[in-house]
Structures are given as C-alpha cells and as structure tokens.
Design a protein around this ligand. Structure first.
Ligand SMILES: [Zn+2]
Length: 217
C-alpha cells in the first residue's frame, strides 16, 4: 500500500499521514521534514534550500527529486508521502522510480480546503524545534500552553508559517499543483478529500476512503 497526499500547506496532510501510517502500518515520509533536516545540516545544499523556503518559493525540481527519491527507495515497506510530489516533473520522476522498483503508487489523496480556513489554521500553528511535533493553539493544543508534550521544549512559530510567507505558499501551491492533480486523475488513482473539518472528522473520511479503495483492488 503506497499512498501520496496532495494538498496546500495547512491542509493537515502531516497529521493525517501519521494516522494513516499508524492504522495501516506504513512509513511516513514528509518532504517538509526532509527539507528542514537538510536546512539544519548547514551544507551548501541546505543553505540553497533555506533560501527558497524562507522566500516562500518551491525548491527546484532537480534538487527535490534528488533528495526525495533516494529516501523513498530506502523505505522498508508501504509508505505515505506527504508534500512530495509537488509538480508534474516530480510526479513523473516518482512514477518511473516506483515502476522500476515494482512498488507503484496505489492511491493519491487530494486534500481540498477553503483558503480562508487555511489562513486561520496557520495563525495558531506552533512547532517544537527539537522533535518537530506540530501543535495548534485551538485544534491541537499541547497539554501545557507553549510547551512540547514530548520534551518540554518551548514551542515556536516557524519562519515559513509567517502570514506573508503563508499567503505566498498557498498561491504558489494553487498554480503549481493544478496540472499535478490532472496528472494523477488521468492515472485513475486520485481521490478528493474535503479537509475543511476537524482533524478527527477528516481522519474518519480518509481512513474510510483508503479501506474502500483497497477492498476494491
Ligand atoms: Zn518536542
């Protein structure tokens, strides 16, 4: 079972990916985590990546493909991709790789959320700089306000969650992923998720769609 999640920043892909992985025993690979780790490593490549992300720009296809494909192949079994692919060239490279590895994508879930709902979600978003857990002051608060449940570290607002960067990321997402959605629709493995509800409500729909999909195939 290999699944990819599409959706704008703030659509809840990360949280849903974790739940899918837990439910079906899959590995979660988030492009955001991969990029942040690369950024923090401080390599010339990491510095290049930081430049793109801080400006709210997409990391170029060649660099993304190089970073992600290697990590995907190293995953032991079924997986959930979150944030990759983001463009048609990335999707094509992924299709070729997985085809050659005899591990094709079985399902692509497209998370759709109203842009106003998205902006609100970002305003309350907080992240732990140590374990990278993501919280929200309204919908997913830590047990103690401002502090990570796992390690007690103070929670921060991520650089790429600042409002002006967020607006740019959402616009960029909309222009770059239209063709990607068409690409997967044509392959016949695309399903749409209305991701405007609460995390738990969306989760019920997501898990149900996956169960149905795999019951049919
Ligand atoms: Zn933490």
């Amino acid at each position: 079972m290999n699944i990819a999640l599409l959706g704008p920043p703030g659509a809840g892909k990360g949280t849903q990916a974790q739940r899918i992985c837990h439910e079906f025993n899959l590995a979660h690979l988030s492009s955001g985590d991969v990029l942040r780790a690369e950024k923090m490593a401080g390599t010339p490549q990491g510095l290049r990546i930081r430049d793109f992300i801080d400006k709210g720009m997409l990391v170029p296809d060649d660099l993304m493909i190089q970073l992600m494909l290697e990590k995907i192949l190293a995953l032991p079994g079924g997986f959930v991709l979150d944030g990759f692919p983001r463009t048609v060239p990335q999707a094509r490279a992924l299709t070729d790789l997985l085809h050659d590895a005899l591990r094709p994508l079985s399902l692509v879930l497209n998370f759709v959320v109203n842009p106003r709902v998205l902006s609100h979600r970002f305003e309350g978003r907080r992240i732990c700089p140590v374990c990278l857990s993501v919280y929200h002051v309204d919908s997913m608060p830590p047990r103690v306000a401002g502090v990570c449940d796992n390690d007690g570290h103070e929670l921060l607002i991520r650089e790429d969650d600042r409002p002006e960067v967020v607006r740019q990321r959402i616009e960029l997402y909309q222009t770059s992923t239209g063709p990607l959605i068409a690409y997967y629709a044509q392959l016949g493995i695309l399903k749409t998720i209305d991701a405007g509800g609460s995390v738990d409500d969306v989760s019920v729909v997501v898990l149900d769609k996956i169960r149905r999909h795999f019951a049919q195939s």
